[in-house]
Design a protein around this ligand. Structure first.
Ligand code: PLP
Length: 340
């Protein structure tokens, strides 16, 4: 079976991005966040390639995600810790929990403990024990003590506030390693690297800060042309007739829409790419279809494939969605096609 839309995935760019982030990690080990099915690209395929590039620490959100990549035999941490119902899977030893509440700590100890990670909240007020809870960790065997930055993609005082709350925790828990930086945090420099960094977004082509300009695009949605038509002057295209042809216009109808994660926000701003030519979107994005101006591409015919303009920083500006959403919302109808 071949779907009429595919996600073209560049394995060379993925490995390049990890090496770039590892080199920027100032001697710290560089891990990889592969939660949300590898940010929508496929966690197994991503983790396999990153492990081959040298990555040794992987982060998922849930035990189901840990189970999905368990056959690869990697070192995996589950960021959301352990609920009671997770204890059976956790007992298999496929991953270690990142404990983030007093209840989780008690649950882990009651089950006999074992190697774990711990999340400390340094001001984001999302997941994590507070600094005052440190005595609870007595007796735990902690591999990595971590915290998470709330604003690493911005130059704000909160970054330094979180860092200086984290620094004094070194040596106080017996943890082997300290970890603070996500993708944007790596770009904040050596003071934020500690022993282990945890990039996600930038591995997959996201560029949250200018310092990460060397990051390369990994994922490109491509769709097949289902119909080529001429829209006569004065007629409109698509739902709510938002675009009107000012002259007879060559149009290609593509098999992709918002149900595939190609958001309605691209209406009037997105484009397909053909041999360096930009073919602007015309009218609204439908659930499963879009129309593009094919005037500049007279050679394109029904059945041909077109790439969407999906460089993440630009696509984010065009659609009004975050770079994260542009990756994690990519639907399940794509054939994922890796080069390398
Ligand atoms: C998702 C996540 C990361 C990766 O963040 P990016 O901004 O995608 O690099 C790192 N650490 C934690 C705790 C996370 O939840």
């Amino acid at each position: 079976m071949t779907a009429p839309l595919r996600l073209s995935l560049d394995g060379t760019a993925l490995a390049h991005n990890w090496r770039t982030l590892a080199a920027m990690s100032s001697g710290a080990a560089c891990g990889a966040a592969v939660k949300a099915d590898g940010y929508g690209l496929g966690a197994v395929a991503v983790a396999k390639r990153l492990a081959a590039a040298g990555c040794r620490d992987f982060f998922v959100a849930t035990w189901a995600e840990a189970e999905a990549i368990a056959p690869l035999g990697l070192r995996v941490s589950v960021l959301h810790g352990i609920r009671g119902v997770d204890m059976e899977l956790a007992g298999w030893g496929i991953a270690r929990p990142v404990l983030s509440t007093a209840t989780q700590v008690a649950r882990w100890k009651a089950a006999g403990g074992g190697l774990c990670d711990v999340m400390i909240d340094t001001g984001m007020n999302r997941l994590g024990l507070s600094v005052e809870d440190l005595p609870l960790l007595e007796g735990l065997e902690i591999e990595t003590l971590m915290s998470h930055l709330a604003c690493a993609d911005e130059d704000v005082a909160m970054n330094e506030r979180q860092r200086s709350a984290f620094v004094p925790l070194a040596g106080r828990t017996g943890a082997k390693r300290m970890s603070l930086a996500n993708s944007a945090g790596i770009a904040l420099g050596p003071d934020y690297a500690f022993d282990l960094t945890r990039p996600g977004l930038a591995l997959y082509g996201g560029i949250p800060r200018g310092e990460l300009a060397a990051i390369r695009q990994v994922a490109t949605p491509e769709a097949q042309i289902l119909q080529r038509r001429i829209v006569p002057a004065g007629q409109t295209i698509g739902y709510n007739a938002t675009w009107t042809a000012s002259a007879d216009t060559q149009v290609a109808i593509l098999n992709i829409g918002y149900a595939d994660g190609y958001f309605r926000g691209f209406s009037g701003t997105g484009a397909a790419l053909s041999a360096g030519r930009r073919l602007p979107l015309l009218g609204r994005v439908s659930m499963d279809l879009i129309a593009v101006d094919a005037t500049a591409a007279p050679d394109l015919a029904e059945g041909d494939w077109l790439a969407l303009d999906y460089a993440l920083p630009e696509a984010s500006a065009q659609s009004g969605m975050s770079q994260y959403e542009l990756l994690t919302s990519l639907g399940h109808r794509f054939d994922r096609v890796w080069s390398d």
